[in-house]
Design a protein around this ligand. Structure first.
Ligand SMILES: C[S@@+](CC[C@H](N)C(=O)[O-])C[C@H]1O[C@@H](n2cnc3c(N)ncnc32)[C@H](O)[C@@H]1O
Length: 231
């Protein structure tokens, strides 16, 4: 089945949230960064404006600015309704309320929309999707994936997760994934077996606590380094 905009709920986080989720240091931010599944997040827009090197890849980028804006408008109220109905799943400390969340997310997505055409021309927003990426081996220093892998563990099976992580490790020396929860704020059903399989294959793998937590219990980031067997 092809990727259809009707099935997408575009929802984008901010640069500061990416820095928190992935514990990004000044050195990290100075490298060549791939954002995989960045959707309408504003990380690329903000980092590029600050002189960083970042490329985002997402199936969403086959659509025009107008189509993505329309889809955001159509889905925004439904997402906010679900957040209000499930407020207990979230920690309202740094983002103080659903109203603040709505403003924060819309501000990030508006920054993305304002940058999108320019970013496509500059090849900073590239259409593509896991588990196969159109990049050279080690083209990036760091690959980040926020709220895609693990989050959709019910819909995307273990083999998809393994193939995607191996592919991210092929193109980047340092791969970071956040959060390790699936929808419903539950620990991903794939986590234990996936961790053990990747370690057996020789990947370096750490699970680190980070300062960012919005989904309750979602303050863990997986960091994977390329297989020593392949070096
Ligand atoms: C919940 S959004 C997260 C957006 C952004 N990373 C953030 O945290 O704000 C998930 C994104 O994954 C993208 N996606 C869906 N299938 C994908 C695939 N096979 N490979 C890469 N990204 C995919 C969607 O288009 C969507 O933009």
């Amino acid at each position: 089945m092809g990727f259809s905009l009707d099935n997408v709920v575009p929802w984008g986080r901010s640069y500061d949230e990416y820095v928190g989720m992935f514990s990004l240091t000044t050195d990290d931010l100075a490298g060549r960064i791939l954002g995989c599944g960045d959707g309408p997040a504003s990380f690329n827009c903000t980092l590029s404006r600050r002189g960083g090197s970042v490329l985002s890849i997402d199936p969403l980028y086959s659509f025009s600015t107008g189509e993505i804006r329309h889809r955001i408008e159509v889905t925004f109220h439904e997402v906010m309704k679900q957040v209000r109905e499930n407020q207990d799943e979230f920690l309202w400390t740094s983002i103080g309320s659903p109203e603040v969340l709505a403003t924060t997310r819309m501000s990030a997505m508006n920054d993305f929309l304002a940058d999108y055409d320019k970013g496509c021309d500059e090849k900073r927003y590239v259409h593509g999707e896991l588990p196969s990426l159109p990049f050279d081996d080690n083209q990036f220093d760091l690959a980040l994936s926020s709220h895609f892998l693990f989050l959709y563990s019910e819909q995307l099976n273990l083999e998809f997760h393994l193939a995607s992580i191996r592919e991210l490790c092929r193109v980047a020396a340092d791969v970071r994934l956040f959060p390790l929860l699936e929808l419903g704020a539950k620990r991903s059903r794939h986590l234990d077996i996936l961790t053990s399989r990747l370690r057996k294959e020789g990947y370096g793998l750490e699970i680190n606590s980070v300062d960012y937590e919005f989904q309750r219990g979602g303050n863990k980031m997986m960091k994977i380094t390329s297989s020593p067997l392949k070096r």
